[in-house]
Design a protein around this ligand. Structure first.
Ligand SMILES: [Zn+2]
Length: 212
């Protein structure tokens, strides 16, 4: 396993406690919050998972191997930034559904389908505002699991650019207005491409309703 400088601690997170504090490295983690594919950008108080031992990574796991090493309904918040597109999306969503508690929130960031940042390692690059509502809706016959989409936003630029430029924020706000978002994506997104698309989803738990 390739290692990166930074975290030398090999702590094992105790999921029986809501707050886990490592006695050795003093990392304090909320065990109901998870980042998958955190790489170097792990959050301070989240359980950070990656395939490599970056600093702040608490669980080392290859997400192509199922099941992921967590029990059902473990997490209240899951952050998945630029990772789902590298996985079998259907399988990964089924796993996210399993490990997220009822009422929990899954935050997904992926490249928008108009994004020029294509990668050979992307298994799927077609993400649009209806990707999840078309496939994982209540009563779906396509998927094994159901989600409710709480929010979707197309993002013209990555987050860092917004911090500096107010006019970009304004433009981005405009293309996400109700009614405009769909028109932008249908007719204009290849004139003015979006770098990313952000989703907030909550799993629908309980008995799956099949619509026949
Ligand atoms: Zn530690």
């Amino acid at each position: 396993m390739k290692t990166y400088p930074g975290l030398k601690c090999d702590h094992k997170v105790d999921f029986s406690k809501e707050i886990f504090v490592c006695k050795k490295c003093k990392r304090k983690i909320n065990t109901q919050k998870l980042t998958i594919g955190s790489a170097q950008k792990g959050f301070e108080d989240f359980v950070n998972l990656d395939i490599l031992r970056f600093p702040k990574v608490d669980v080392i796991h290859d997400l192509n191997n199922y099941p992921w090493p967590f029990k059902d309904n473990q997490f209240k918040v899951i952050h998945a930034s630029h990772i789902i597109e590298h996985l079998d999306v259907n399988r990964a969503m089924k796993e996210l559904h399993r490990i997220t508690m009822k009422g929990g929130e899954i935050r997904i960031r992926v490249p928008h389908h108009s994004s020029p940042f294509k990668r050979l390692s992307h298994l799927y690059e077609g993400f649009n505002i209806e990707t999840f509502t078309n496939h994982f809706y209540e009563g779906t016959i396509y998927a094994d699991v159901e989600f409710k989409q709480l929010e979707v936003k197309v993002m013209l630029f990555g987050a860092k650019a917004y911090m500096k430029a107010k006019h970009l924020k304004l433009l981005n706000w405009f293309i996400n207005l109700k009614g405009i978002q769909k028109i932008y994506e249908r007719f204009f997104c290849y004139i003015m491409p979006s770098a990313e698309i952000h989703y907030k989803l909550t799993p629908l738990k309980g008995k799956k309703k099949r619509v026949v």
